[in-house]
Design a protein around this ligand. Structure first.
Ligand code: NAD
Ligand code: MG
Length: 358
């Protein structure tokens, strides 16, 4: 019997790439979940013939060309519960991805997890043995690791939209400016998180939970050709080179082992020079809390909630670009003493931080 998956967030950047890989490996799409891009969803339904579909809002239901459509966040949980698939691909964006991750892992299903916010917010309460990350850096780390003793892990950052801007000019940067990522084409939220370096902070936390270590750091590699490096106790450092394309980590997450060519190999001669640069807190104020949060990863829920509020304010021109980090750092200080003992606490803290940040 062919493998089957439930795909959450099918119309997004990760979702679309996941469907390309699923087709390549004849993986059956049991169900599709999407937000409001109904035109693309209808194309996906026509191509992949899912048994079931869930969308965000009731008001769009009549536009979906399918006989079995449900709406809203609870419908996603019911879908996971009633699905036959043992793998759920979670490519939802933000906090909305947490409940589906928990539902799936509580049922013992494997989660191919692009929604890194799940781990940032509640890594402590998620069964990591059921998680396969869909993130280029963590895929790179996994690829590099072997049985030799590791001393430190590194992931790289592109530096985001403003890496070459004068810092003074960044004060007036707009949402549309922040969406101009130099290397990757991704959804809006992660692109903004790249401009503020919040994405990399989240990825450090993601690595912390996945690889059980706080001995991890990040640096800028502007070409995004190297995604991760592994430093071994013996003094060797190895690096993972691959194209700027999420199909490679997705192929491994969906297929397990991969022996076909997913991407063309890196053209080393056309690459030119490579350079590694430090991440500076003046340009990326969120970096001020990096060390502290790596030692207190339970505070991820605070940063994530404040960050989601801040992005919305920035988008609606209610705060400046640096106003976003002000909001996050202020909440981080205010809620520095909170510590969730279970998921219910996480949900309460998330709500409280949102109210405060708003
Ligand atoms: P995106 O914005 O392109 O896609 C999000 C998807 O979720 C869309 O299909 C959207 O319709 C759906 N969605 C949003 N709200 C919904 C709701 N309430 N109900 C149902 N569906 C809803 O985002 P993306 O760039 O694909 O990122 C998805 C996740 O993957 C994020 O957590 C991101 O950090 C992570 N990620 C993305 C990339 C990338 O290259 N894009 C790389 C690594 C990790
Ligand atoms: Mg990444």
């Amino acid at each position: 019997m062919s493998k089957s998956i439930v795909l959450l967030g099918s119309t997004g950047s990760i979702g679309v790439n996941s469907l390309i890989i699923a087709k390549q490996y004849n993986i059956v799409i049991e169900a599709l979940v999407a937000g409001s891009n109904i035109d693309l969803l209808n194309q996906q339904i026509a191509t992949h013939a899912p048994k079931r579909v869930v969308i965000a809002n009731e008001r769009d239901k009549h536009r979906v060309n399918h006989h079995n459509v449900h709406c809203g966040a609870d419908a996603i949980l019911t879908l996971i519960e009633e699905s036959q698939s043992t793998t759920i691909v979670n490519a939802l964006v933000g906090y909305a991805g947490l409940a589906p991750t928990l539902k799936a892992t509580n049922l013992g299903k494997r989660v191919a997890l692009a929604n890194k916010e799940s781990l940032v917010v509640a890594g402590e309460f998620i069964d990591m043995s059921l998680i396969t990350p869909i993130d280029s850096e963590h895929f790179g780390l996994w690829y590099l690791m072997n049985d030799r003793p590791v001393s430190k892990l590194y992931i790289t950052a592109s530096g985001g939209a403003f890496r070459d801007w004068e810092i003074n000019k960044m004060k007036d940067a707009r949402f549309s400016d922040a969406l101009k990522h130099p290397n990757w084409s991704m959804g809006n939220k992660i692109t903004i998180d790249s401009a503020t370096m919040t994405n990399k902070l989240f990825e450090l936390l993601e690595a912390k939970w996945l690889f059980h270590t706080s001995n991890i750091d990040a640096m800028i590699e502007k070409k995004s050709i190297i995604h991760a490096l592994c430093e071994f106790k013996d003094g060797s450092t190895t690096a993972h080179f691959a194209g700027v394309d999420m199909k490679l980590p997705i192929a491994f997450a969906l297929q397990g082992e991969v022996t076909d060519e997913i991407l063309p190999p890196t053209d080393l001669l056309s690459m030119g020079g490579l350079e590694f640069l430090p991440i500076e807190a003046e340009r990326y104020p969120i970096w001020n809390i990096k060390e502290h949060i790596l030692n207190n990863p339970h505070l991820g829920v605070v940063v994530n909630a404040a960050n989601e509020v801040a992005i919305e304010k920035f988008q609606n021109e209610k705060c400046s670009f640096f106003g976003m980090s002000d909001i996050v750092l202020d909440a981080y200080e205010k809620f520095g003493d909170v510590k969730a003992s279970n998921i219910e606490d996480v949900v309460t803290i998330d709500k409280e931080v949102r109210v405060y940040a708003n």
